[in-house]
Design a protein around this ligand. Structure first.
Ligand code: FE
Length: 416
């Protein structure tokens, strides 16, 4: 019995020990697991911290970056606010590259304190793309280019915004403005004829206009002109579609192609040069190029002496009139400096600037109050023209019929 008691006691002790050991072990294990877990967690936390700190760093950098972005944005906003408030800037995108234009912008800057930033591009299409690529954060305020066809294209591409301005409406006759006021002509040019002073007689010139040019056998294989890809020619044909309809315009192009002295090539002045070289007797050219030829005093120039043997002729047809085109300006949609931009548009339409355009670049003013230059007057006087009879169309038509014009020219073999 005593042994059983001792055995029970031992058993109890063993169990207690075992329990206690188990508990301890378990506790220790737990602790160790916990520790490990804790360590793991800590180390994980460390890693997390490290990652967090990396994240923080990145995020700091991001913050820094976004702070910089915000600063840039703020700066550019401040800048544009500054510009909008007219303290001031106007960003002018143009395909014209004349010193005389720059002089006008410098004069505007001096008189108004508004700085004109000029961005140049040779081709109107490339300039339109540049403006379109600016999207909603557009920098451009004004678009200036030659030819109503190009201006109409800018309108069609959706980069222009209508302008309501009493000054522009007063200074620029309706026919030289877009019907929706999205662009305004600034200078006029006529698409005229240049002729060989040696080979073309007064008799040849009598009654000469665009129509008789293609019906009189005198001009068969004698006419020089540039290619159909040129907008000036497309606009010329577009004006005929507007005036005489598609069918008659097609007939005209067919007849005109038959007068070509050579496959179309070169620019307008190159046609005058070809007259000097005896390759043809008559050329189609914009009027201001004759002014450039007359004043080309560079003996090294390939055009030197061309104006001595080439004359200018205005097809001042009473019925259909001379083909007139413009260089013009449009306000860019969402222009950041709209107020300044409109101010410059109006400035360029005023008499002194109009007269400067005319004298410096041999163009005609669109503002009827402005005088054309003495040189231009002398050309008209020589032909006994007191008033130039212009085609009676709104120049918006040149854009409207541009596609049809090019199609006719292609089908009738203009470039062959
Ligand atoms: Fe030109």
């Amino acid at each position: 019995m005593k042994n059983r008691k001792i055995l029970s006691l031992c058993l109890a002790l063993v169990m207690m020990f075992a329990f206690s050991s188990c508990t301890n072990n378990s506790g220790q294990t737990t602790e160790s697991t916990d520790d490990k877990q804790a360590e793991k967690t800590e180390s994980k936390d460390d890693t997390k911290d490290t990652k967090d700190s990396k994240d923080n760093k990145e995020s700091e950098e991001d913050d820094k970056k976004s702070e910089e972005d915000a600063k840039d944005e703020k700066d550019s906003k401040d800048e544009s606010n500054k510009e909008v408030k007219g303290s001031g800037v106007v960003n002018l995108y143009t395909t014209r590259h004349y010193d005389s234009d720059d002089e006008l912008y410098a004069k505007f800057e001096k008189e108004t304190g508004i700085k004109v930033n000029v961005v140049n591009e040779k081709k109107a299409g490339a300039l339109i793309e540049k403006i379109k690529s600016q999207g909603d954060s557009v920098q451009a305020d004004l678009f200036i280019t030659a030819d109503a066809g190009n201006l109409a294209n800018a309108k069609m591409e959706g980069i222009l915004e209508p302008v309501k301005s009493d000054v522009l409406e007063k200074n620029i006759p309706e026919k030289y403005r877009d019907l929706d006021s999205e662009w305004f002509g600034l200078t006029k040019r006529a698409r005229i004829m240049l002729y060989s002073k040696d080979r073309v007689t007064e008799e040849d010139l009598k009654g000469l206009d665009y129509s008789t040019l293609v019906t009189n056998p005198r001009w068969e294989d004698k006419v020089l002109v540039r290619g159909s890809s040129n907008i000036y020619n497309q606009s010329l044909v577009a004006s005929f579609i507007k005036i005489m309809g598609q069918e008659k315009a097609t007939e005209w192009v067919k007849g005109f192609v038959a007068t070509f002295a050579r496959p179309p090539q070169g620019n307008d002045r190159d046609q005058a040069l070809a007259i000097k070289e005896g390759l043809g007797d008559l050329a189609i050219s914009n009027s201001y190029y004759y002014g450039k030829l007359v004043n080309d005093k560079d003996p090294e120039s390939k055009y030197a002496g061309v104006a001595d043997v080439v004359g200018i002729y205005f097809p001042n047809d009473d019925k259909n009139g001379v083909h007139i085109n413009v260089s013009g300006v449009g306000l860019i949609k969402k222009a950041p400096n709209k107020e300044n931009a409109i101010r410059l548009m109006e400035y360029l339409s005023e008499v002194p600037q109009q007269e400067q355009f005319s004298s410096a670049n041999y163009e005609f003013p669109v503002n009827p109050e402005a005088q054309m230059s003495e040189l231009l007057k002398s050309w008209l006087d020589a032909q006994g023209i007191t008033e130039l009879k212009e085609q009676d169309i709104n120049l918006s038509a040149l854009g409207r019929y541009n596609y049809d014009a090019l199609e006719i020219m292609t089908l009738e073999g203009w470039d062959k």
